[in-house]
Design a protein around this ligand. Structure first.
Ligand SMILES: [Ca+2]
Ligand SMILES: [Ca+2]
Length: 160
């Protein structure tokens, strides 16, 4: 019985590795990292349109939950040399930062020094990551810029 199980497992593993999506672990154009896949936009949108675009593409605006994911997004931004929207905002309650797709509070946070500052009372309610900065910034949501989508569809190979 035990042997039969192992044979069955082998068959499943062969089948899984034959799945074309598993070779890249993410859909075409999406970059794998950790347990997620990421898409860097070519075009620029305000925050709300960025959120809508990510949804349309089968994801959500990136939610940065830990230092590792933060460093990954930082590398993207620094190589792109462009600011990108994340899914963080304090739209519903000033000063209460939330990842809007999951509605999870921003527990891990890496604000740039002096941020979030709602610069000159300009109502900066959306979180972006800017090149050349080590932390995040609050920015006016109507600012047009690039964005990063995330989805959790990454297929991580099972080691049997
Ligand atoms: Ca995430
Ligand atoms: Ca700011």
């Amino acid at each position: 019985m035990k042997i039969r199980c192992f044979i069955l497992l082998d068959v499943i593993l062969v089948y899984v590795s034959a799945d074309p999506r598993n070779e890249t672990e993410c859909r075409r154009g999406w970059i794998p990292h950790g347990t997620s896949c990421y898409l860097i936009s070519h075009e620029r949108q305000d925050w709300h349109s960025s959120e809508a675009m990510c949804e349309l593409l089968g994801g959500y605006l990136v939610e940065i939950q830990n230092a590792d994911e933060d460093a990954f997004i930082r590398r993207i931004v620094d190589s792109l040399q462009k600011s990108v929207w994340t899914g963080g905002a304090d739209i519903e309650q000033e000063g209460k930062w939330v990842w809007m797709a999951s509605m999870e509070p921003v527990n891990y946070a890496n604000w740039d020094s002096g941020e979030p500052n709602s610069y000159q009372n300009s109502d900066e309610n959306c979180v972006d990551v800017r090149p050349g900065h080590s932390g995040w910034n609050d920015e006016r949501c109507m600012t047009i810029q690039n964005y990063v989508c995330e989805n959790s569809e990454r297929e991580v190979a099972v080691i049997g």
